[in-house]
Every structure is written in C-alpha cells, then in structure tokens.
Design a protein around this ligand. Structure first.
Ligand code: BGC
Length: 609
C-alpha cells in the first residue's frame, strides 16, 4: 500500500513522545481472560484478543460491545500529545463472527474453495466485517490463506484448496471485502499463517515444513503477494518450523522476504504463545523473535513477563531501539489507516449492535455460499434432484445438528454439537422440512425405522464431529525430532492434545454411518448420502451403497442451502479443490506424478451432466 505522508508524519510525532514502556505495551496483545481494562491502561497494552471460545458474559452482542468499550476507555494516553492510542481487539472471525452468539456462520474455507466464486468471497468479507463491527471489535485473524497439502492436517478445512491458484485469487478478494476502504464498514484483516502452514510433514499441526525455498515460494507465497497488493494490514506468523527453524524466530522469512522483499508495511503478529518455543527460556525467545521481525505478540497469560523480557533485552543492548520503533510504527500505521484514532468508543460506532447482525439478508449470502459449495460426487440414474412431494426419511448423526455443520471455531474453539448453541439458521433436516412437506426425521437417527411402505427415498447425513487445530489432526504418531532428524511420537508442548483419530477412513472412525446407510438400503430404500466433513475422507463403502453422494464440507449455520439443491431449486455448482483419496495411505495433490485419486481436483457433477 502507498504510504500516506500525513500518517507517516503522525507516526513519527507519536513515537517521539512515547516512553519505552509505552512502546513495548503497544507490541503486546493479551488474552481477555487474563487482563483487566485497568491493566491495559497501566501497561499501555496495544491489543486484546479472544482465543477461540473466549467470550464475555452470556456471549450476547451487547456483552461484546460493553467489554471492548471498557478496554477502549482504558487505552493508553501519550501525555505530551494528550492522545489516546486505542487498543485494537482481535478475534477469529474465520467463517463469520463465529465466536459470537447469533452470528451468521459461513461455510468453512474448504467449501468456499469448491464454490470457486471470487465475487461471493468479497461479499462474505463485507458481511463478516459488519458482524464483527456489530460486536464492537476491529480486527479478524482471517483469512487463512494456507495451501493444505495433506488432508490429515486438522486445519485442512480452514484452507480454500490444495492448489495455490484459487487461494491466491480469493486472498485479494476476501481482504478487500473485510478491509474495504478503511471506512465505517471496515475491519482489519490478518492473513495467516506465514508461511507454508499447510505443508507440514504428515500434515502435523505446528510441525515441520521441509521444503526448498523454491517450492515455498511457488506454492505457498503467491497468495500473500496478492493479499499484500490488496492492502492486507496484518500477517500472523506460523507456529510451524521451516527447515528446522521455528518460523517465529525466522528472520529471513519475516524480515527479509515478507517485509523487505514483498514490501509488507503493516505489522506481523505472533501466534498463540508461539515465541515461547523459539528458545529454551523466555528472555532469549523474546530477543530472537523481536529481532526476527515480529511486531506484535499474542501472549495468552504471561504478557507481563513478555514485557519485562523485552525491556531487559533492550536495556542490555540485545534488541536495538530501531527494531522497537519499527514494530511500533507499523502498529500505529495500521491503527491510523483504520481511522481508529478518530473513531468514538465502540458503543457509539455506526455498526455497533447493528440490526443487520444475524439478519435474513446476511443469512441469504451464507445460504448462497452453501448452495455453491456442494460437490456432487455420484448421482446414479439421476436420482437427484428429488421431487418435493416424495416421502423422504432423513437420518444420520449429522442430519439435525447445526453444531456439526459449523465445525470448529464456532462458539467454542473446538466447535459444538447439537442445535442449542447455534442461534439462528437451520440444520439440514430443518431445511428439508421447510421444502418437502412429506419428509420425516428418523426417530433414532440411525434409520432403524426405515420402511419401504412409508419412505420412497432417504437422505442420510454422515461425517465428522467438530474439531480444531491439532485436535483435528489424523495422526499415526509422526512428529519430527529436530535434533535427530527422525520421527517422534509428539512434540513435547503438544503432548496433551488429543489427535482426532488415526485414520481418514469414515467406516473406521464412525461405523454408525455405514450402519445407518445399511439399515435403510437393506429395506430397498435408495439413499442419498450427504457428507459433512472438514476434508475429503475415505468413504468407499458409503459411496458404494449410496445412490447419490454429496460432499457438503462444513456448511455453517444455513443448512437449508443443502436442501435447496437436493430438491432442484438450484443446480450443483461446486468442484473439488482437494483431490479425493481412495485409502488412508494416499495423499494426492493436483500436479503430482502418477496422479490418480478417486476423484480428481476439479471434479463435480451437475444436473445437466
Ligand atoms: C491459532 C490461530 C488463532 C489463534 C487465536 C491459535 O491457536 O493458530 O490461527 O488465530 O489461536 O485464537
């Protein structure tokens, strides 16, 4: 982005009047549960965040606005200028403002990739910005523009594709939608996780990216270039290691490539406590990561210790003052560009508590995204579209479960199950019910009540339960030992985190699903299977037994969009942006040698096929 001379002059003026303590405070981002508004003032804190599922009060919109109001009014003041430096509040609004009760939940990125519609992506960005502004906040830790190369990774669903092309195209549009022109409808975007987060060995979260620089640049960096061209203001650094160096301490990656070569002039943000693992102790880790080029530090609890360590490092000459000034300049630049200094307190901003939050208008955009994201993998004898008057049995674990449709990073970090916590929207069953008057829900969910006298067809909704990050990894015990250059069980700081399963094979992880299908097909009733999942799964048996098979990804709160397509109000549009495996040992990416997945990148049937 072009530097604005007035803003640059203002930055110089402010920096010139700030104390070292105030500067270090600006570089600090603390988690809301571990800092009070009074401490924000006392330590001149630059930013507060919500970790996944960290919500104020009853998680009502007003709780959020009131909370950020309190942080805002305790923002540090630069005495000489009598100037408040507003704290900026960041949240994982990664598929809508998804922590907040009643928000519209969009499909996770994997589904949006299949939709292949850049205009839609920009509109989703705009709606998300408004829903974040409605809660009085300023900044989303999104979009994820990783290119996921291994479906075993628990964050596959946060990515648009295994290929960089769509990710790159989307990166610019989503940033534009979120940041707009830095006016009243804008929030700050954050592309993450720099760089190559989707490329770890075996898809292990926070694991090792072992790639030559050429490949990192060819596959994983183009989307960042596009995002920077589109003016993205913040970049979150990956918790991964690149060729055995922790990204959080990687000066070449952060300073040389991102800032100097790609001319990124906003600020970099560390990921959750990520600097801790850069060195054996916090003092050294702080020095290494500040000097590597990190500007703001996301520290869950030990932010005070971070502040003391930065200060000690500066006083001992281990962190140059110019580096501190550069970090703070970048943070101020973003706050000035966003117009945060001129904005009134959160409660008085134009979109605060806005009636459009969770509105039908916003839900329409999400439902459109659901419809466009569905990929039809099989349609034997053109069984779809279904006639709305037919007698349809709706079964399967995920048939009436809005929580499962939303997946991880929804209301809680790991997501939720059931309908209670997802306020608004429809499950797939609730959507079908509105469209097909003769549809009924299986009493036990498992289709035991299937009866050819009563049911013409069955729609069976199967798939994964919600998960997020490392908890969603499908692991076979392959972590990498840096010192010995060999696989180990698990990185020490992740030892407590339970991997989702050991296989991508649905028959193995959720045998109930194939049983549900069999309960119905054994009665001679044809099954239309709808798979709810954050990645392609091995579903050979389920595919074989079903007459039609739809990959619905993690569609979010508007399950009715699925029904609208199944009953032919709209045609299928989605195409795979991930290659579909035949078995758990395969890991295909488009362009691979001897490429022969079950369904290739780009596959997807329509009604006219
Ligand atoms: C994730 C980030 C996220 C942050 C804040 C981390 O664990 O890696 O993507 O933005 O938490 O919730």
């Amino acid at each position: 982005m072009k530097l604005d001379t007035q803003i640059e002059a203002k930055i110089k003026e402010i920096i010139g009047k700030m104390t070292l303590d105030q500067k270090i405070g600006q570089m600090t981002q603390a988690e809301r549960q571990h800092i009070s508004p009074e401490e924000v003032k006392k330590f001149s804190i630059g930013s507060v965040l919500s970790g996944g599922g960290s919500v104020p009060g009853d998680n009502k919109l007003s709780d959020w606005v009131e909370m950020n109001d309190r942080f805002w009014e305790n923002s540090p003041i630069v005495e000489d200028l009598n100037l408040r430096i507003p704290t900026i509040y960041g949240i994982d609004a990664i598929h809508g403002n998804s922590n907040v009760r009643g928000a519209v939940i969009f499909p996770h990125n994997i589904g949006l990739g299949a939709a292949n519609d850049p205009d839609l992506i920009e509109r989703i960005g705009k709606v998300t910005a408004k829903e974040v502004l409605a809660s009085g906040l300023d900044w989303t830790f999104a979009p994820t523009i990783g290119v996921a190369r291994n479906d075993h990774w628990g964050r596959t669903y946060e990515c648009y594709s295994e290929d960089s092309q769509i990710v790159t195209e989307y990166a610019g549009r989503i940033v534009k939608g979120l940041q707009d022109d830095f006016g009243d409808e804008s929030i700050v975007a954050c592309t993450k996780h720099w760089a190559g987060d989707g490329a770890t060995v075996n898809g292990v979260d926070q694991g090792h990216i072992l790639l030559p620089e050429e490949e990192l640049r060819r596959i994983h960096i183009p989307a960042y270039i596009r995002a920077i061209e589109s003016g993205v203001q913040t970049v979150m650094v990956a918790l991964m290691h690149w060729n055995y160096v922790k990204c959080h301490g990687h000066k070449y990656l952060i300073t040389d490539i991102l800032k100097n070569e790609l001319k990124f002039d906003g600020f970099t943000l560390s990921d959750w406590d990520g600097i801790k693992y850069v060195a054996d102790n916090f003092y050294d880790a702080t020095m290494v990561s500040v000097n590597a080029g990190l500007d703001m530090f996301m520290i869950s609890e030990e932010w005070e210790s971070f502040i003391n360590n930065v200060k000690a490092n500066v006083e001992n000459g281990r962190i140059p003052m110019e580096r501190i000034d550069d970090a703070v300049s970048r943070i101020l630049r973003v706050k000035l560009r966003l117009g945060l200094f001129e904005k009134p307190r959160p409660a008085e901003r134009p979109y605060s508590m806005h009636e459009s939050f969770g509105s039908a208008e916003h839900r329409d955009v999400a439902r459109e995204a659901v419809r466009k994201s569905l990929v039809l993998l099989k349609n034997k004898d053109k069984i779809l579209p279904l006639n709305k008057d037919k007698r349809i049995l709706v079964a399967g674990r995920n048939s009436n479960n809005r929580g499962s449709l939303c997946g991880g990073f929804t209301v809680e970090w790991q997501g939720v199950s059931g309908n209670d916590k997802i306020i608004g929207g429809t499950s797939i069953w609730e959507g079908i019910k509105e469209i097909a008057p003769n549809a009924v829900l299986s009493k036990d969910k498992f289709g035991m009540d299937a009866d050819p006298e009563k049911h013409d067809f069955a729609i069976v909704v199967i798939g994964e339960n919600p998960y997020a990050e490392m908890e969603g990894d499908v692991r076979k015990g392959n972590y990498w030992d840096r010192t010995n250059n060999s696989p180990i069980e698990m990185a020490p700081h992740l030892a407590g985190s339970g991997a989702y399963s050991q296989t991508l094979d649905l028959e193995n992880t959720h045998p109930e699903d194939i049983h549900t299908i069999k309960n119905i097909t054994s009665k001679g009733i044809p099954v239309i299977a709808v798979l709810v999942s954050g990645r392609p799964l091995v579903v050979n048996s389920e595919l074989d037994l079903s007459s039609a098979f739809v990959a619905a990804w993690l569609p979010g709160s508007e399950g009715k969009g699925v029904a609208e397509v199944l009953f032919g109000d709209y045609d299928f549009n989605g195409k795979l942006t991930f290659s579909w495996p035949r078995n758990d040992d395969e890991n295909w990416n488009v362009g691979d040698e001897n490429y022969h997945p079950l369904f290739a990148y780009g596959y997807g049937l329509t009604y006219s096929d």
